[in-house]
Design a protein around this ligand. Structure first.
Ligand code: PDD
Length: 281
């Protein structure tokens, strides 16, 4: 039995109910986070909550997030598994009528659930994964972790149909991010990431990976990445809470670098694994 948290209550997930008038259901009007839990400890809790607060602020939804940590901690204890993915979703709540504009007296719906987190497949880390590229047709506010994910869902469907890991998106000829991940490329031992503006989500994982790389003495740079640079990069990595960091060895059917996970990836991955083993909060 999976216990979830819904509006201050801990209940069986199968019994959890929300109104069909919830704007999260009707409009995808909400924001979310996915927090990794390693050995019963949240990975970068405060960063996730800060980002959730920012997303909510951007969608003009005011919610006190302070009670969440205690509730999330209890959820982890109730679900009694060492490694979990904690999903947090806050929607604007239900109104009596369906209308696009919203009132200011709605009670938000706060939902959390923790699912067992399988370890990242060793094969993907050792042998690498393949990716596609596609024009980024999502909205212009990728910086908001919104529950309106239809574009990402459709891209994920296309990606899954060809057995790829993710699709790397480009807007105006510049890399933005993966449909559900951030992208890091390596050129001459330098880690390069796209400019983190309104077009993409500032992922917690890639920020941690860049910090780890910095500690290893590797240079990092945030700038535009062209399609040509992506295709010719020595290494390409994906980064997300569920994937951690993962090497891309094939892009649109062409080998990335020498077609094997790169040496820089190996170094950063080893340090990253140490970090997730020992991270306190
Ligand atoms: N998604 N960019 C997008 C569009 C994402 O959906 C995600 C993660 C990331 C990476 O963010 P982080 O490192 O903080 O997980 C970047 C989550 C895992 C999801 O939607 O389930």
């Amino acid at each position: 039995m999976t216990i979830c948290y819904l509006n201050n209550e801990f209940i069986n997930l199968a019994d959890a109910k929300i109104s069909v008038m919830d704007r999260g259901f009707l409009f995808g009007d909400g924001a979310y986070e996915l927090v990794s839990v390693y050995r019963r400890r949240f990975f970068q809790w405060s960063w996730h909550i800060e980002r959730l607060g920012r997303s909510l602020c951007e969608i003009r939804l005011s919610v006190d997030l302070t009670p969440l940590q205690k509730a999330a901690q209890k959820l982890i204890e109730l679900n009694d598994k060492a490694d979990l993915s904690l999903y947090i979703q806050i929607t604007r709540g239900a109104e009596k009528v369906r209308r696009h504009a919203f009132g200011d007296d709605i009670k938000p719906t706060v939902f959390m659930v923790a699912w067992p987190r399988p370890p990242v497949a060793e094969e993907k880390v050792l042998n690498g994964v393949s990716c596609l590229t596609m024009e980024d047709f999502r909205w212009q506010r990728g910086d908001i972790k919104s529950t309106s994910l239809l574009a990402a869902v459709l891209i994920a469907d296309d990606t899954a149909k060809v057995g790829a890991e993710d699709t790397i998106l480009l807007r105006d000829g510049k890399v933005t991010e993966g449909a559900s991940s951030n992208v890091i490329i390596v050129i001459n031992e330098r880690l390069i990431t796209p400019v983190a503006d309104n077009r993409l989500l500032r992922g917690i994982t890639y920020q941690m990976a860049l910090a780890v790389a910095g500690d290893l003495g590797l240079a990092t740079e945030e700038r535009d990445i062209t399609r040509g640079e992506l295709a010719a990069a020595d290494e390409i990595w994906l980064a997300s809470s569920t994937r951690e960091i993962m090497p891309v060895v094939e892009l649109d059917g062409q080998a990335v670098g020498d077609g094997q996970p790169g040496a820089i990836f190996g170094r950063v991955r080893a340090a990253f694994v140490q970090l997730i083993g020992g991270n306190e909060q």
